[in-house]
Design a protein around this ligand. Structure first.
Ligand SMILES: Nc1ncnc2c1ncn2[C@@H]1O[C@H](COP(=O)(O)OP(=O)(O)OP(=O)(O)O)[C@@H](O)[C@H]1O
Length: 205
């Protein structure tokens, strides 16, 4: 088991957002969590990546994590190449071969010398995703990873996800839309602070 979540609770003040969330992300699996705006999806991911301490419950994982936040943490004044270099040092990578391969897959290699402040929203998101994946983590935590992507890039994203899965990597994909269900191994709905299987979630409407 690569990632295991047990009885997670979280409250902001008196607002209970997570009320006992339990699930697992097995090795080599693509797992989705969908839920409406404000359901607590980002809260869940922030807990899983260690950015937020939950009110209760436990998270355990093997191997390295990669986190692609909903809001890209980029420096407007740095170029794309400078971001890659910065993350190369932070991750302790010997070279940028895989990062450049990811840029080819996502089709934005031409933007290497551009300052981030000049990039379109979709291209920023491609960089955001590349920075989360370039150290080849065992488990990827992706918060709305394809927001702003055109259709071609959206399909390339899923090709990349399938490639990672075939190498035994896992990904947790958070989205407010359930239209990717057939591309995932497991799909959970986050509703009223707990996870439900799609059929049970529909029956509860
Ligand atoms: N730092 C915070 N302080 C107080 N309340 C917060 C904080 N962060 C989130 N919330 C509240 O917690 C709830 C869940 O927010 P969260 O961002 O996790 O939802 P989400 O499912 O990711 O939504 P979206 O699909 O709109 O991104 C919302 O009601 C939100 O207003």
């Amino acid at each position: 088991m690569t990632l295991s979540v047990t009885g997670l609770h979280h409250a902001y003040g008196r607002r209970q957002v997570l009320r006992g969330v339990s699930f697992q992300v097995p090795e080599g699996a693509l797992v989705g969590v969908v839920g409406e705006n404000g359901a607590g999806k980002t809260t869940l991911l922030r807990i899983l990546c260690g950015e937020l301490t939950p009110t209760g419950g436990a998270v355990a994982h093997d191997g390295r994590l990669g986190y692609c936040p909903q809001q890209a943490v980029l420096n407007e004044a740095f170029t794309v190449a400078q971001h890659l270099r910065y993350f190369q040092v932070a991750y302790g990578l010997p070279d940028l071969r895989y990062a450049h391969e990811l840029m080819e897959i996502l089709n934005f290699t031409d933007y290497l010398p551009e300052r981030v402040g000049h990039l379109s929203g979709g291209t920023r998101q491609k960089l955001n995703l590349t920075l989360a994946v370039m150290h080849d983590p065992d488990v990827l935590l992706l918060d709305e990873p394809y927001q702003g992507f055109d259709w071609e890039t959206y399909l390339r994203f899923w090709d990349l996800a399938a490639q990672l899965r075939s190498r035994g990597r896992s990904a947790l994909v958070i989205s407010h839309l359930a239209h990717d269900a057939d591309r995932l191994d497991h799909l959970h709905h986050l509703r009223a602070g707990v996870l439900r299987q799609p059929a049970a979630a529909a029956a509860g409407d």
